[in-house]
Design a protein around this ligand. Structure first.
Ligand SMILES: Nc1ncnc2c1ncn2[C@@H]1O[C@H](COP(=O)(O)OP(=O)(O)O)[C@@H](O)[C@H]1O
Ligand SMILES: [Mg+2]
Length: 310
């Protein structure tokens, strides 16, 4: 399947500084990609290159197969962009601002009204259509910016730090909104953020950028294991009855580092995915296995690991 967003050795240098360094991204249709990294990592620069708004020094950026540098108009038609600092005509109403965008897209007056109404409804701003944007909170402006990109029904949306400067309640609403729109409109979303715990909630895949380099990338559920591969697995076991004999036989399996009791669960830390060996040891010792699962490490652990190495 052709990825919606793809970069091949994408690089940007300013003078002597390489701010994006041979980036290879692949984001599939329907993904909500958390583009993570501290301030100055190169997230915004990458987004601008993908949108055809900044030229790469080398490498290629593509949206739905279109080269962002050579076919910027096609790319812009397919992409919605909410920049870090959203800009509206502050003394005009929400409805007027959106209608302005819709007209720029060349829609008929009838379609303009329809799309503006729909977009404001989706982001929950229908009640304030007639209010001037200057009266809006930052969260409301962010939502208006999302409504603004919905007007042209993009295949992919780039949201640069959409939760920055919003209060916790607003962040929750914003993330819920993004997840809902992505699903309902089958829109691929690239969400940049330096606030990891927030993003984790709605993303199915993430990339962590540090000093222009992608240090980790992948599906959230696979990442923990790969990143800590060869030593950081935890198997959670539930037995019908936990006996010290069973605990001892699990402890003796090669690769098991430790066994801990937690309520009626056994937590086995090990060097590899030892589920088959553990299951066999339990059965061989007449234990009754109720369930067993392997835990992957939280994204936060991964993020902290790379932050401390950066
Ligand atoms: N137009 C520019 N000229 C020179 N340096 C820039 C320019 N734009 C960005 N940079 C530098 O590139 C680096 C990455 O910036 P940016 O992409 O904005 O990071 P992020 O969005 O992850 O915070 C920073 O060190 C920034 O100072
Ligand atoms: Mg930025």
């Amino acid at each position: 399947m052709r990825p919606v967003v793809e970069t091949v050795d994408l690089t940007k240098t300013y003078g002597n500084a390489t701010v994006v360094d041979k980036l290879n991204l692949r984001i599939e249709e329907g993904d909500i990609f958390g583009f993570l990294g501290p301030n100055g990592a190169g997230k915004t620069t990458t987004i601008l290159m993908l949108l055809g708004l900044t030229e790469p020094t080398s490498g290629v950026a593509r949206i739905c197969g279109y080269n962002s540098t050579r076919e910027p108009l096609k790319v812009k038609r397919l992409s919605g962009y909410v920049p870090e600092k959203v800009g509206f005509y502050e003394d005009l109403t929400a409805a007027y601002n959106l209608a302005y965008t819709a007209r720029l897209n060349g829609f008929s007056e009838e379609l303009v009204m329809k799309r503006v109404g729909e977009a404001l409804d989706v982001v929950g701003l229908s009640e304030v259509v007639g209010q001037r944007v200057q009266e809006f909170s930052r969260g409301m402006k962010q939502r208006l910016a999302i409504a603004d990109i919905l007007i042209k029904m993009p295949k992919v949306a780039f949201l640069d730090e959409p939760t920055a400067g919003i209060d916790p309640e607003g962040v929750k609403e914003m993330l819920g909104l993004i997840a809902r729109i992505a699903k309902e409109r089958k829109m691929t979303v690239i969400l940049s953020s330096h606030q990891l715990p927030q993003v984790q909630q709605i993303c199915n895949c993430v990339g962590i950028l540090i000093k222009g380099r992608m240090v980790v990338e992948g599906k959230l559920d696979q990442l923990g294991r790969e990143t800590f591969g060869g030593g950081r697995f935890r198997v959670e076991i539930q037995l019908a009855e936990t006996t010290s004999a069973l605990v001892n036989c699990i402890k003796q399996i090669k690769g098991v580092i430790g066994v801990e009791r937690s309520g009626d669960l056994l937590l086995v830390s090990c060097q590899a995915d030892l589920r088959p060996q553990i299951a066999k040891a339990i059965v061989d010792n007449n234990g009754l296995l109720v369930q067993m699962k392997i835990q992957s490490y939280a994204l936060e652990d991964i993020y902290m690991k790379y932050f401390s190495e950066a």
